[in-house]
Design a protein around this ligand. Structure first.
Ligand code: FAD
Ligand code: NA7
Length: 458
């Protein structure tokens, strides 16, 4: 192993999980570890959780990675993303509510990183430009642009772990007349501050997490009206007055949007909440994962190992009910394959296994089925490694409750509290309505007077 080299592309939660997995092995006394280099486009760790005010291009002229915005609060209970080897209690030293704002979650992610042990592997401001594979040497060549030196660098690796995320390159549809729309037209990727839309009539196209959350944000921060236009299914929540759903937008005439049901409305701004493209501009076709946002991308054995070349490993490419702990489960499994502790089966057996998971996925009908599906995927990975066991099935139950809570009150679900499956600690409650708490900073949130949960909800 010692003379093996591994490239990790990206230092977001998935890339960090991979670094942490090797670090855990080192701490457990494994001596013969491979050499690791992690290339990161940004100048810090944290991936999507780094808030940036920039849109378009970054200071180096690279596409801005960040899609997160001010006032973003966790959209799922923190109890369902808790690291099994680093609890919220360990980080904060006391119980906090179940839905923290972005800065609080980022603080938690960063808290687990032993900076001294991990940062030395990361090369910041080094976007990966190109990756090739040589069949005879069985090695990858990775070329990066080092913006710190202004020079390109090329190195060879035995494994490449792609952890570059998939919520960064906008899927931007066209609607007739949009080019004449007189107001702002942007994608959710470029949305930064809901206050920009205070007093405006805004149209959100798309009906998934981004539309739900950006719509709620804009309502919270004073938009005059929010209209969500859906293509397949409405989100279907009981929205407060001022927020409504309409079927698909057909076209614009000036600032008037027309919808499939024949209705129309005047808008000041349009936000396309139409999802993201899987975009790997640094990969040639034969190495490139081609998929859409789903729970089991095809051609990935165990959701990670590229069928055409299992030395190429993709982390975090699934749509995500579970996040950080799923990335950990993947990273530990991937590490054990790279350390030869787990042997990958032959190509046909991998294909059969992928097919088996895809056919299970085909049978999922409801959101609850999807949650169970992802939980069983994680269970399989966790059972195969020494990642600390955690109650993924109980977390799946919490996610099902989360869905019910959103149905009950889409503007108030973040006031609910859940019990940690890792430490058994019951979360505290927010001291007031989520709608009324406007400061999303770490300091502001941690200085709130959290309320001990009522006995019955505990
Ligand atoms: P990312 O976090 O996207 O990190 C990828 C990293 O790769 C980045 O640091 C990027 O700079 C780097 N990179 C990209 N291209 C290159 C390149 N060519 N060369 C070098 N480096 C590169 N999850 C939750 O659990 N809770 C939430 O509330 C939540 N809210 C979300 C809200 C929004 C708006 C979005 C977009 C996502 C949200 N998510 C949420 C999901 C989020 O994507 C995951 O939590 C997590 O960030 C995924 O980690 P990742 O490491 O796979 O990808
Ligand atoms: P998603 O979950 O991939 O959803 C994309 C949505 O956009 C979905 O409702 C799509 O409708 C809709 N869509 C896509 N193309 C179109 C067109 N052409 N017209 C109308 N509607 C369209 O992306 P999100 O950004 O919501 O969420 C991604 C992550 O970001 C998530 O993890 C969050 O935590 C934050 P469909 O249902 O396919 O008809």
């Amino acid at each position: 192993m010692a003379n093996q080299k591994i490239a990790i592309l990206g230092a977001g939660p998935s890339g960090l999980a991979q670094l942490r997995a090797f670090e855990a092995a080192r701490r457990a006394g494994v001596k013969d570890l491979p050499e690791i280099v992690c290339y990161e486009k940004q100048n810090d760790i944290g991936g999507m959780w780094n808030y940036t005010w920039r849109t378009g291009l970054d200071k180096n002229g690279e596409p801005v990675h960040g899609s997160m915005y001010r006032y973003l609060w966790s959209n799922g209970p923190k109890e369902c993303l808790e690291f099994a080897d680093y609890s919220f209690d360990e980080h904060f030293g006391r119980a906090i509510p179940s839905y923290p704002p972005r800065a609080v979650l980022k603080d938690y992610i960063m808290g687990r990183i032993d900076k001294e042990a991990i940062l030395k592997y990361i090369r910041f401001e080094c976007p990966v430009r190109w990756v090739t594979y040589d069949k005879s040497s069985k090695k990858f060549t990775v070329t990066v642009m080092n913006h710190k030196t202004g020079e390109q660098e090329t190195n060879e690796f035995d494994y490449v772990v792609v952890a570059t995320g998939h919520f960064s390159t906008p899927n931007m549809p066209y609607f007739d007349g949009v080019e004449q729309f007189p107001g702002r037209v942007l994608h959710a990727h470029d949305f930064r501050d809901a206050l920009e839309f205070e007093g405006q009539n805004i149209l959100l196209v798309g009906a998934s997490y981004s539309a739900e959350d950006i719509g709620s944000q804009c309502y919270k921060y004073g938009a005059k009206s929010v209209t969500i236009s859906y293509r397949s299914n409405a989100l279907g929540f009981e929205w407060p007055e001022g927020l409504e759903e309409k079927p698909l937008l057909t076209h614009f005439e000036g600032n008037i949007g027309h919808f499939a049901d024949g209705s129309s409305k005047q808008f000041d701004a349009i936000i396309m909440c139409t999802g993201y493209l899987f975009h790997f501009p640094f990969l040639p076709d034969e190495l490139r994962l081609q998929t859409h946002n789903c729970l089991y991308p095809d051609n990935l054995y165990k959701g990670m190992f590229f069928q055409n070349n299992p030395q190429l490993i993709y982390l975090g490419m699934q749509d995500q009910y579970f996040t950080f702990n799923m990335f950990d489960a993947q990273a530990w499994f991937a590490r054990d394959v790279m350390l030869n502790r787990i042997q990958l089966p032959d190509t046909d057996t991998c294909r059969d296994d992928i097919n088996e998971w895809l056919s299970r996925y085909d049978k999922t009908e409801s959101c609850n089925d999807s949650i169970d599906f992802q939980a069983s995927y994680i269970r399989e990975l966790v059972d195969a490694t020494d990642y600390p066991d955690f109650a993924v099935e109980k977390q799946a139950d919490l996610l099902k409750q989360w869905l019910l809570d959103k149905q009950e009150n889409i503007m108030g679900f973040r006031e609910k509290a859940y019990r940690s499956t890792v430490t058994d600690t019951m979360a505290t409650e927010l001291p007031g309505r989520w709608l009324d708490i406007k400061d999303d900073s770490l300091e502001g949130f941690m200085s709130l007077r959290f309320v001990e949960p009522h006995k019955e909800s505990a």
